[in-house]
Ligand binder design. Structure first.
Ligand code: BTN
Length: 259
């Protein structure tokens, strides 16, 4: 087992950022880091404050799913106060930051799957849940919740085993979570600042999506659609070319690659 402390001091020590991760609170166990981050944001926490938990007991995924965060994984939430126009791009910032940090720290190749999964060798290693509160045309706060399967044996969790993997499993050795968190926070800040400067984070995200050009099935609410995932729009929606030739814009859903 490698030395792998996720204390606030270990994360902030030598962290190459201006604001993301300069304030960190680590908990041994929490129901959900996103819930604590939201409460802290409402009370006016500094932009870039990060909440980390060694384990979550009620981790939340998209579409009211459960997210498993046992010890050995990373569960963290970043508090931001972006302009409204940047809100849809936070998922792009987060997925690119996770993929970049996995590649830097482990050398593994990471892929992005629409809308918010990061895969290694075709299996999910990370899920991202962005939650926000908007009043009028102002974002009160946004919280980017990130869960990464780092040092764990996915086969011990039968409900996720078929479609999930972990970094240690793919690499054959354990990974320093401290290094990964530091790299992730630095990447997130770089991309978030690029977004504010009007740089094309969207293009980088689109170009990394493994989903595009593939035959897919998309479940969105009660409906299921089939077609070719042709592209994505700047707001993050998927553009699906249906068998009748029409182009359908899907804002939220789950994609299964058909071949
Ligand atoms: C998904 O793939 O459905 C998204 C999963 C998001 C999980 C993270 S772990 C940290 C943060 N706290 C939560 O309760 N959820 C997010």
């Amino acid at each position: 087992m490698i030395e792998d402390s996720l204390s606030a001091a270990a994360i902030t020590g030598g962290l190459a950022t201006r604001f993301i991760g300069q304030e960190v609170t680590c908990y041994p166990s929490l129901p959900s880091t996103n819930d604590v981050a939201k409460r802290r944001a409402i009370k006016g926490a500094k932009e870039g404050t990060v909440i980390v938990a060694e384990e979550q007991t009620a981790g939340r995924g998209r579409i009211k799913r459960r997210w498993l965060s046992p010890r050995g994984s990373i569960a963290l939430s970043i508090i931001l106060y972006p302009p409204l126009a940047c809100l849809p791009s936070l998922i792009m910032v987060a997925s690119l930051a996770v993929a970049g940090s996995i590649e830097q720290v482990t050398g593994l190749k990471a892929q992005l799957k629409w809308p918010n999964d990061v895969l290694v060798n075709g299996k999910k290693v990370c899920g991202i849940l962005v939650e926000s509160d908007v009043r009028g045309n102002k974002v009160d706060y946004a919280v980017i919740g990130i869960g990464i399967n780092v040092n764990l044996e996915v086969s011990e969790f039968p409900e996720i085993a078929p479609m999930a993997t972990s970094l240690s499993q793919e690499l054959g050795r354990e990974v320093s979570r401290r290094e990964l968190v530091q790299s992730l926070l630095a990447e997130a800040e770089k991309l978030y600042l690029a977004l504010a400067a009007g740089d094309l984070v969207f293009k980088q995200w689109r170009d990394r999506l493994v989903t595009l050009g593939k035959e897919v099935r998309v479940s969105s609410g009660e409906a299921t659609y089939k077609g070719i995932a042709e592209s994505v729009a700047a707001d993050g929606s998927l553009l699906l070319r249906q068998p009748d030739g029409s182009l359908l814009k899907i804002v939220a859903g789950d994609v299964t690659l058909r071949r």
